[in-house]
Design a protein around this ligand. Sequence first.
Ligand code: NAP
Length: 504
Amino acid sequence: MDSMSFILFGATGDLAKRKIYPALYNLFIEGKLSPSFSVIGLGRRELTDEAFQNSVKQSIHTFSRNTPDHQDTMTAFLNVFRYCVLNVNQIGDYYKLLEVVNQREQELNIVENRMFYLSVSPEFFDVIVLNIKESGLGTTQGWKRLIIEKPFGRDLLSAQELNENLSQAFLEEEIFRIDHFLGKPMVQNLDVIESSNPMLQTLWDNHQISNIQIIADETVGVEERAGYYDQAGALRDMFQNHMLQLLMMIAIQVSNKGVAGDVRANKKAIMESLRPLQEEDIIHNVVLGQYIAGELNGNPVIGYADEQGVSANSRIETFMAARLWIDDYFWNKVPIYIRTGKRLKEKATRIVIEFKETLTESKKNKINSNKILVIDISPNEEVYIQINSNNPQNHVASIPERMNCYSNEKNMPEAYEKLILDALCGDATFFAHWDEVELSWKWVQPILNAIDNNLIPLETYEAGSYGPKGSYQLLEVDGHRWALDAFDVNQNPTTSDKEYSYNG
Ligand code: NAP
């Protein structure tokens, strides 16, 4: 690992406390950082180095998966932290920062490798990178890199403008766009699941796969983020980035995975093959919803419109489902269903691969959604296959059995640990490349336009349900259903007709 300066904009913010400091701490105690590194935290508020170090310490005690055994370890870790007051708009503050960076590089014998992490509102991205360039902070003997957090734009045009500005100061290979879904262990495991299992490889194409379902259901509402969310909605907050990234990761072909350049090229190829939605198709392929009052885990929950900070008569979607098609050799004719929403029945991020039914399989047994491969990404991390087997109670019918293939260990590295480590090593495999971001916005833009023109109905769904009725109809017209909804594998599937009722 190279020696480096880690220059953190937004050092007093929520993300830094909850994710970045714990990630750095865990990398430190596992010996994954260089012995020579410096962290310089930035923000407008006045803080002494000591007060800053104390807040870092507090965040590790509160949020880290490992907490310190020895005071010495914590002291050694905190010693590298310094704080600098900086207003992102004040060029003078960057010159002062440069002095501190230079001084710490000399004190700690650090080669001029500089990681700039922008953990601030995206409206500041442009001004920060231009000031980094202007002040000379970005002129180094070693490497310079930039980590930014989503959202990368609000639409195609703003994303292109942002990228144009970033590229004034950083090359594409120096920009690491974090999509934390890509740091999740199970997402990083996808290529191994496919490439190391010949049994799966033989099934991995449109001859065998009936459909793919990519799901990110949340039970939470907007919490403290109403101001942001009420401008963004599910499409911008989840679909354009996390959901399309998951689609790319599951759809890229096995033999080309493992090398950053190949992964990027293949992800780009998937996005280029994604069938564009024409205006007249959107209504048949996209479902939007907003939650109304309901019940979650036995507790009453208010509707979105009544959440604090949400504008009256908000038309923002808190749920989105869509049907997509990849027009390439492998995935031709395999529908891909994506669903994400807030205040849904269960918290789960997962990918479900449903295999085609055989002729001998009896539809009269009323068994649906069997023969599925489930990749649970979060909060559970496991892979299992659901297959039909003899029902001992009733030999005519068969029941779905779950065969666990893989279940992750506890105390695994968090996504931010993996991603920060990768960025420090210069490995961009699990980051969003500009090509992917731009193609994602290009695909999504007609939907944004349709929303602006009120062309897509906004359905309602009860909090605690699986989403609006339209989301079920989206699959039903193809003869499919959301594979795991209200379908407990331990129950007799013949009862599932009753359970499989709209909850919205
Ligand atoms: P936050 O809690 O509001 O923190 C914002 C930070 O920006 C603070 O440290 C603040 O410090 C600093 N700041 C604000 N205005 C500034 C200015 N003019 N000059 C210098 N510093 C300024 O935000 P956050 O939740 O940490 O989010 C940071 C970024 O991560 C955002 O882009 C967000 O979308 C993204 N993100 C956050 C999360 C999360 O879980 N929080 C998850 C995914 C992505 P001072 O007040 O001291 O100036």
